[in-house]
Design a binder for this molecule. Structure first.
Ligand code: IPM
Ligand code: MN
Length: 353
């Protein structure tokens, strides 16, 4: 298969983990006889510094002309500490989501047995937890009408029927591919927008008789996620709730730096780690490349390259089992591996298998 991949490495540790992700994609291409071509473009703080725009038009054009976007991370503390900054790196991410119509963000929350001891939860609670959060990504408070002055500010949690229907459909379809259990997370006891979500979900239910659907308020869902994370199979929720719940989800598994994601919609899909740009680690060769590498697996699986995706997952598992790990997950006394060494080990594993 031929794939044109736009590489948006972004800020902080972004370029380092991006390089390892591409290395792994290349190993897969060689092994399976695919032709992947890459073109890089600026985004985030790097783009603000270069051209004053966190998602320049040139980058947008490249994304549109590509089959997939391989994204890393954006964010730089120099903007966080400057409330007067007119543009922020995060706006680049939001612009990309909106302009590419990426309405569905798919975040698998997976545990790795060998890392379970890193979870803040008891092993017996979290072991085997494995669910997917489908987060709506182009609507709700993030993009609704806003106002901000010194005395008053508001954001509008607005959702239209078509927006809700298309994201719920992604949720139902995902549940069909997995264990046929969908949890619709909302705040229908308080929010009008949530009541419309619930109404539409109930209307759609009869079309999916094989899917068991339950409805859960977001406050309850956040509690359930730490009390009984194995309860969930697929959850679907609005933009803001999904933002919050997926951070919680990544923390409960103990695999925070290991979670990939896919964002899909009307144009080019984007594959990226759930974690951020970790500016303090920039250039130190200590960032974990696994979330980026697993995002490469999601990219390939999106194009139905199942064996290729599976081989990446197998290589990642093998690296963990053999303690080829970056410092934050290394066992005490184990050999030290950096970002590059872990990426290289996984690429070699793929080439040799
Ligand atoms: C995420 C991030 C973004 C979000 C930020 C960086 C704008 O937290 O992808 O979850 O809030 O969506
Ligand atoms: Mn977030």
């Amino acid at each position: 298969m031929k794939l044109k991949i736009a590489v948006l490495a972004g800020d902080g540790i972004g370029p380092e983990i991006s390089r390892e992700g591409v290395k792994v994609l290349n190993a897969v291409a060689r092994k399976f006889g695919h032709e992947f071509t890459y073109q890089s473009a600026l985004c985030g703080a790097a783009a603000i510094d270069a051209v004053g725009d966190p998602f320049p038009d040139e980058t947008f054009q490249l994304c549109q002309q590509s089959d997939a976007v391989f994204f890393s991370a954006v964010g730089d503390p120099k903007f966080d500490n400057d409330p007067s900054a007119k543009v922020r790196p995060e706006q680049g991410l939001l612009a990309m989501r909106k302009k590419l119509g990426l309405f569905a963000n798919i975040r698998p929350i997976q545990t790795f047995d060998c890392l379970i001891h890193m979870s803040p939860l008891k092993d017996e609670v979290v072991k085997g937890a494995d669910f997917v959060c489908i987060r709506e990504l182009t609507g709700g408070m993030y993009f609704g009408a806003k106002h901000e002055d010194d005395d008053m500010a508001y954001d509008t949690d607005i959702y239209s029927r078509p927006e809700i229907e298309r994201i719920l459909k992604v949720g139902f379809d995902y549940a069909l591919k997995r264990n046929h259990h969908l949890t619709v997370v909302d705040k229908a006891n308080v929010l009008a927008s949530s009541r419309l979500w619930r109404k539409i979900a109930k209307e759609m239910e009869p079309k999916y008789p094989e899917v068991k659907v339950d409805y859960m308020y977001v406050d309850n869902a956040s509690m359930r996620m730490i009390m009984e994370p194995r309860f969930f199979d697929v959850m679907v929720t609005e933009n803001t709730f999904g933002d919050i719940l997926t951070d919680e989800g990544s923390a409960v598994t103990g695999s925070m730096g290991l979670l990939p994601s896919a964002s899909v919609g009307s144009s080019t899909p984007v594959f990226e780690p759930v974690h951020g740009s970790w500016p303090q680690a920039k250039g130190l060769n200590i960032a974990n490349p696994l979330a980026q590498i697993l995002s490469a697996a999601m990219l390939l699986e999106h194009f139905d390259l199942k064996a290729e995706g599976a081989l990446i997952r197998k290589a990642v598992q093998a690296s963990l089992d053999q303690n080829v790990r970056t410092p934050e997950i290394q066992v005490t006394g184990g050999a030290k591996y950096g970002t590059r060494e872990v990426g290289q080990w996984i690429a070699d594993y793929i080439s040799k298998s």
